[in-house]
Design a protein around this ligand. Structure first.
Ligand SMILES: *[C@@H]1O[C@H](CO)[C@@H](O)[C@H](O)[C@H]1NC(C)=O
Ligand SMILES: *[C@@H]1O[C@H](CO)[C@@H](O)[C@H](O)[C@H]1NC(C)=O
Length: 487
């Protein structure tokens, strides 16, 4: 768990200086997201394909109203006609495109769509009635819709249409039945009325699909994800999506919070820039702030404390947590106390700062000497303690993603100690190395790893599965890449 003290100090100083200038700067700065989600061209194109599939289904279900009317032939013969049972047989959207609209959202265009419709017609005259069927081919249907992306009060993304237009270049009606001399009049009427009706329907169906299909999907973003009994992760949008001509970014809070006390994180996230030109659909940049907030919160709720007692040590081990064994290493202990159990109290005082290297995170303790302590208490009654500060310790964490969750496995890379305080007089701490390393590697870390294996949810919406994960360490963040499968 990482928390960089020198960084925090720097930030406190910087905050003071900035406060003297303008409140706005501080506010803007404090708003940096802890996690940035980037949807790449590839991801936007995948969304287009899925969106068009769903739109095509909705368009096939369009209900075309019946048309009725009347006209006179040669000023005396009154003809009533109606077209009814108009059904869409086929609605094809063979070509579509999507572009980013900087500062606003997206523009989706549909070109060369075509429709085939069937229906019935009927005419009534004084002298007779007749009926028949008709077919319609609609060609060169195009539509263009502008989508505005935003954020609502709960920090979830929103989408709405800001423009929509559609145009049909040709409607051809083929009428079959008797009385061919009437066809010409029908054709003109139905062609123009169908065109108008379909052009209007197109935009209302698109608008409905956006509000009834797309918006609910976006709203499934879990803005607060519970992690365990102590903490959750805040994935609220900190601002509306940032859209440039080449990128679509969502800035999320990306911060751990404790479920009960609402401790304020005393440091801020620094800006995070995901590089362009990546080959996955989706990227998550998880800043140092994300990991550091986890360390801070778990520390604040007292979760980074662990007692190791003798009964946790395997029977067959030579190492025993009693004064007899430790007396061999520290003669003073043996002199004072015989055959008493001792326990090791591990207290991670502040989470160590994080360093990234290939697919691993490294938590090192080189710069801060007293960032964590191991206490050995020979006896509660005697209140004797030996404080040993972990020094130059490093823990390697291997990060992965399983089922949309970030998992980790940590390993002790190096643990070196110095004696900070001892109630039994000074001794060489190096003699304790084996015992302490054993306890940390075999008792503490497996327990930590069990927790880490359960994972921490990534901010994804329902029905989305991440695959082809890549993990790449960057200067002050970890970059996760993924392709998306939407079902
Ligand atoms: C999550 O972050 C948002 C944006 O900063 C904030 O308004 C909200 O109160 C936070 N929620 C929790 C549970 O911390
Ligand atoms: C920490 O340990 C590493 C590896 O053993 C060593 O190279 C480095 O000099 C040590 N740093 C300090 C401050 O002792």
């Amino acid at each position: 768990w990482c928390y960089c003290d020198s960084q925090a100090k720097r930030m406190r100083t910087a905050t003071l200086i900035l406060a003297l200038f303008t409140v706005f700067v501080v506010t803007a700065w404090a708003n940096n997201p802890g996690l940035v989600a980037r949807i790449t061209d590839k991801g936007i194109d995948y969304a287009r394909v899925k969106g068009i599939q769903s739109l095509q289904k909705a368009l096939t279900k369009i209900k075309i109203p019946d048309f009725t009317g009347k006209f006179r032939i040669k000023h005396f013969l009154k003809v009533h006609y109606s077209f009814y049972n108009i059904i869409i047989r086929n609605f094809q959207l063979p070509s579509s495109s999507i572009t980013l609209v900087p500062g606003t959202g997206l523009k989706v265009s549909i070109q060369n769509a075509f429709i085939e419709l069937n229906g019935q017609w009927r005419v009534k005259m004084k002298i007779m009635r007749t009926h028949g069927s008709f077919r319609v081919n609609v060609k060169g249907l195009s539509a263009s819709v502008g989508l505005k992306l935003g954020a609502d009060g709960s920090g979830r993304p929103t989408v709405s249409t800001f423009s929509c237009s559609s145009h049909i270049s040709a409607v051809k009606v083929h009428i079959s039945g008797r009385l061919s001399w009437l066809y010409k009049i029908f054709k003109k009427s139905i062609e123009s009325r169908l065109r108008k009706s379909l052009e209007n329907k197109m935009c209302s169906v698109i608008q409905k699909s956006i509000t009834e299909k797309l918006q609910p999907i976006l709203q499934t973003l879990k803005v607060t994800a519970k992690v365990d009994k102590y903490a959750g992760i805040n994935y609220s949008l900190v601002s509306p999506p940032t859209i440039t001509s080449v990128s679509l970014d969502l800035g999320l809070k990306g911060e751990f919070f404790d479920l009960f006390h609402h401790v304020k994180i005393p440091f801020d996230a620094s800006a995070l820039n995901i590089p362009l030109g990546q080959n996955r659909m989706l990227y998550f940049g998880l800043s140092k702030y994300f990991f550091n907030s986890a360390g801070f919160i778990y520390h604040a709720v007292g979760a980074l404390v662990k007692n190791i007692t003798d009964d946790m040590i395997p029977k067959e081990s030579k190492i025993r947590l009693n004064t007899t064994y430790f007396g061999l290493l520290i003669p003073q202990v043996y002199k004072i106390l015989c055959n008493l159990y001792i326990y090791i109290y591990i207290y991670i005082y502040v989470p160590p700062p994080l360093n990234c290297s290939k697919e691993t995170l490294k938590f090192t303790h080189q710069k801060r000497k007293d960032s964590s302590i191991i206490l050995i208490l020979p006896s509660e009654l005697l209140k004797m303690s030996t404080k040993i500060f972990k020094k130059n310790t490093s823990i390697l964490a291997k990060i992965g993603v399983v089922d949309n969750r970030i998992t980790a496995k940590v390993n002790l890379d190096r643990l070196q100690m110095t004696l900070k305080h001892s109630d039994v007089g000074t001794f060489s701490v190096s003699v304790l190395n084996i015992a302490i390393n054993f306890c940390v590697s075999w008792i503490l870390l497996p327990e930590v790893n069990d927790l880490l294996a359960k994972g921490y949810p990534l901010p994804v919406m329902d029905h989305i599965k991440l695959s082809d994960i890549t993990i790449e360490p960057k200067q002050n963040f970890l970059l996760f890449g993924a392709n998306v499968i939407y079902n």
